[in-house]
Ligand binder design. Structure first.
Ligand code: SIN
Length: 295
């Protein structure tokens, strides 16, 4: 337990995930509590809280203690007055679930979200609906030196049209026109701006190609990486209960929401924290991380 913040941090696995207790997220947090949560989050990459019956305003206020909130480029905004709330919902009418393939949130943005905070309100009655998280630090560190060096020189394209088109009902082009789907190039190995650690930054959901490679080379390398990054030993698995909260770092993790409960209902809200442009390991970039770490 931390001396100043009163919070306890219990790791789920040695590589990723920790459960935090001793804090009530429905109440305003002290600076020491925010600092304690942030330290645990940076170390464990995803942190979990139990029994947090937050109202939407409390959820938004909790998110704002860690950064500015992001507004999703494509998802509907059904919560009046709160465009920053992303609804995560599945029931007997659902054709897909949010996060049903391994991904890092909205990596198609030029400045993808730093973190995401998901509050699940309702879980499926017969169980299921767990979420898997994988550490991209662990995935990078498990590679040979040769493969690490190869990847450090590469960038990848992250696209969204294949993910969002038709999904959110804006094929009528009223809210999102063809060509409006975000797409960006990011380094394949990203340096975390706060910890300075290296993490693999390609994901099955959004990454569509390696820049400068022939299509067959790019496909083969991405297929290898998509399998590699989701090896079980890089993962933790979270079993939700009503009013559980997960807070993950998109800069060094990927996640997968398991849809094994159809036709039952799972429901919650997510707020997402704005991030900055990913950078890799070139000399200029290394200077940037040093500056950020000392800022
Ligand atoms: C998401 O990708 O934000 C959804 C995760 C989940 O539903 O567990």
């Amino acid at each position: 337990m931390s001396e100043t913040s009163g919070i306890s941090v219990d790791p789920l696995t040695p590589r990723i995930g920790a459960e935090i207790s001793g804090v009530d997220l429905t109440r305003p947090l002290s600076d020491a509590q925010v600092d304690g949560i942030r330290r645990a989050w940076l170390k464990h990459q995803v942190v979990f809280f139990r029994d947090q019956p937050m109202e939407v305003e409390q959820h938004v206020a909790f998110g704002k203690r860690f950064g500015e909130l992001h507004i999703h480029p494509a998802a509907p905004k059904p919560v009046e007055g709160h465009p920053e709330i992303l609804v995560v919902h599945a029931d007997e009418k659902s054709a897909y679930v949010a996060g049903g393939g391994w991904h890092s949130d909205v990596s198609c943005d030029a400045e993808p979200p730093m973190g995401s905070i998901l509050h699940i309100h309702r879980v499926p009655g017969s169980g299921g609906g767990d979420t898997l998280f994988a550490s991209m630090y662990a995935a990078y560190e498990a590679l040979s030196d040769r493969m690490q060096h190869l990847l450090e020189d590469l960038s990848a394209v992250h696209s969204s049209e294949h993910v969002y088109k038709g999904r959110y009902g804006h094929s009528d082009k009223k809210t999102l026109r063809d060509g409006d789907y975000p797409s960006a190039e990011h380094p394949v190995v990203r340096v975390h701006p706060e910890t300075g650690r290296k993490a693999i930054y390609v994901n099955w959901g959004f990454t569509t190609g390696i820049v400068g490679m022939k299509p067959a080379e790019s496909r083969a390398l991405l297929d290898f990486l998509f399998r590699h990054v989701t090896r079980e030993e890089f993962q933790c698995r979270f079993r939700w209960r009503p009013d559980s909260v997960a807070f993950w770092d998109n800069r060094c993790t990927q996640h997968l929401a398991i849809w094994d409960y159809y036709p039952e209902v799972r429901h919650g809200y997510r707020v997402t924290l704005k991030g900055d442009r990913p950078f890799g390991t070139s000399t200029a970039d290394a200077g940037a991380v040093r500056m950020r770490r000392t800022a």
